[in-house]
Design a protein around this ligand. Structure first.
Ligand SMILES: Nc1ncnc2c1ncn2[C@@H]1O[C@H](COP(=O)(O)OP(=O)(O)OP(=O)(O)O)[C@@H](O)[C@H]1O
Ligand SMILES: [Mg+2]
Length: 362
């Protein structure tokens, strides 16, 4: 359906896409993942020519859309795009937003545009907001309207650039559910996302972008469970394990907790497990370990949540003389840890590797 050959995009200072060759088939749902700045947005913006490629060719069906003679407006009608920031027209009501493009660009009669618009609003669960203005909606609702507006043009493919990243965490689910529904209907979609759980469950193919292109591609199982190349392995490990090094007693405690919470949310850790992990961290790390360690120390904290067995594990590694926190005199903190943890296992791994405490969170 879309054939991309030797796509290259240069900006004055960087070349995010060096040489990308890939084919997107009808019915594919592709998650595009990768570190920030690796050209994910540039890639999908090139596909619908919001960016002009420096070189290379993009074919949509039998049409070369990188050709100067190509009528790009016609091609764009086949390709919908949903942005992070909704881009609804604020002065129009919800239904007017949806009717505008079919009426202007496709000359669809008003009545038909209205009926189709209402049908789409029902599919995204927002028929009762038809006459509201975008400002009167929540972020999640705005994004669902934006998706309905894109669908109104009956696109053959929809490109999503981080459709949920501007949303409050509580609203991510409702937008993901709408996109999941479209995937079930067999729509061809390319979705750039930082939500790894979503990236995995929705796609039949995953593109990991790095080093100026699609660094590794595969099925969700291949990329998330058995990545082959070095950078993919590192990226996947990083999204599965939260890791922080603490080197000062005055470290940013609030920053740590916020980062942990953010990580937990992305790995779908249940809220009560998050509270318990934070409580274990506060009691074990802040109340027991930090006071016990000398002036110069390195404390490595990791957190991992496995959805399969719903197991959350926290590890604390530190150098210096053997010190088992279970022997601490801080009885209150030990009690609080017991409330939150199933087990607290201490090991001394020798002079080089030091102390390791493994906590299984309840
Ligand atoms: N219009 C532009 N002019 C100059 N440089 C740009 C432009 N757009 C993007 N870049 C640069 O190209 C690189 C890739 O940007 P891009 O937005 O595609 O990354 P990304 O993978 O989408 O990142 P993120 O995950 O943060 O959204 C970055 O180094 C960025 O600074
Ligand atoms: Mg981007």
């Amino acid at each position: 359906m879309i054939r991309i050959e030797h796509l290259r995009k240069e900006y004055p200072n960087v070349t995010p896409l060096q040489d990308v060759t890939v084919t997107i088939n009808r019915g594919d749902v592709i998650s595009v993942i990768g570190p920030s700045g690796t050209g994910k947005s540039t890639f999908i913006r090139c596909i619908n020519r919001l960016e002009t490629p420096t070189s290379g060719e993009i074919w949509v069906d039998d049409e070369c859309i990188t050709d100067k003679k190509c009528d790009i407006c016609k091609v764009r009608r086949k390709m919908g795009m949903v942005f992070q920031s909704f881009n609804l027209f604020p002065q129009m009501t919800v239904i007017e937003n949806i009717m505008a493009a079919p009426m202007d660009l496709k000359k669809v009669p008003k009545k038909e545009a209205y009926e189709e618009g209402m049908r789409l609003l029902r599919t995204v669960g927002l028929a009762d907001k038809a006459n509201n203005f975008p400002d009167e909606l929540s972020g999640g609702q705005k994004q669902r309207v934006a998706i309905a507006r894109t669908l109104a043009m009956k696109p053959e493919i929809i490109l999503f650039d981080e459709p949920t990243s501007a949303l409050d965490p509580t609203m991510v689910g409702e937008v993901q559910a709408v996109i999941r529904d479209l995937a079930r209907q067999g729509l061809t979609m390319v979705i750039v996302t930082h939500e790894m759980h979503f990236a995995r469950e929705i796609a039949n193919r995953v593109f990991y972008m790095d080093e100026g292109g699609i660094y590794e591609e595969g099925t969700p199982e291949e990329i998330f469970d058995h990545p082959k190349r070095e950078k993919t392995i590192r990226f996947i490990k990083h999204i599965k394990v939260f890791e922080r090094l603490i080197e000062s007693k005055d470290f940013d405690f609030i920053g740590f907790n916020t980062a942990l919470e953010e990580f937990c949310r992305k790995s779908q850790t249940p809220q009560k497990t998050i509270y318990r992990a934070q409580s274990v961290f506060e009691e074990l790390c802040v109340q027991i370990l930090l006071p016990a360690l000398g002036e110069r120390f390195r404390l490595n904290v990791t957190f991992e949540y496995s959805q399969d067995g719903e197991i959350a594990t926290m590890q604390f590694g530190y150098g210096g003389a053997p010190f088992d926190p279970n022997t601490s005199e801080n009885i209150l903190s030990l009690k609080l840890i017991q409330n939150a943890a199933e087990s607290v296992v201490y090991e001394y791994l020798g002079e080089e590797e030091g102390n390791l405490v493994t906590v299984k969170i309840k």
